[in-house]
Design a protein. Sequence first.
Length: 77
Amino acid sequence: MIAFFLTFATASTVSAQQLSLAEKMQLREDCGPDIKRLCPGMRPGGGQLMSCIQGNKDQLSKTCSDTMATFMARKQD
């Protein structure tokens, strides 16, 4: 699961490489439970996990959705 946050993209224009360590840790805290619930057993790589997240974005917790939106807004500035 930790590897997910090292490769996770919060949006098509924001990659994990653009996220600070603090932001990655915040994603881990805020989105980890959603990933486990919505995409059980999936591993990062090949885009499958990101596809799962995007396909279930309406089911993400408010906390996870808000965190991702915040990071996207910061990176677009």
